[in-house]
Design a protein around this ligand. Sequence first.
Ligand code: FES
Length: 157
Amino acid sequence: MENEKRIEEIIYGYPAEKRFSLAIMQDIQREFNYIPRNAMETISEYLLIPLSKLYGMATFYKALSLNPKGKYIIKVCDGTACHIRSSMVIVSELEKILGIKVGEITPDGLFSIETVNCVGACALAPVMVINGEYHGKLTPQDIAGIINMYKEGEVNE
Ligand code: FES
């Protein structure tokens, strides 16, 4: 069971009232970058909310994720402008360098990759956004350097 103690601390820190379900899920999301299944089960039992209803909420709110995500979430734009400028080549390069596929997380928990619709910076196509930071006019040759920058930042943190 993943980080059970910390999950319980967060959940039981709230009064057992249904209206706190979203706040609890947001706290867990902040801490783990996603909401593990055991957390959903504990919330369901504690607040007496059916698991299906909680899953419905977690799917509805874009800020909540039910799948593990990396500390650095790499969003590669696959909107039209980026797509015609070979965004999928950028995705392949990321997958090669990180050894994971879209939707997966690196074993050290640092990176995950996803593809998204237009991020509103078409003039910079192809674009990827890492934790809100935009990287534009990308070529496959740029990718290793950008990833290393985040890794080095991690070491110096
Ligand atoms: S299509 Fe990628 S930023 Fe608009």
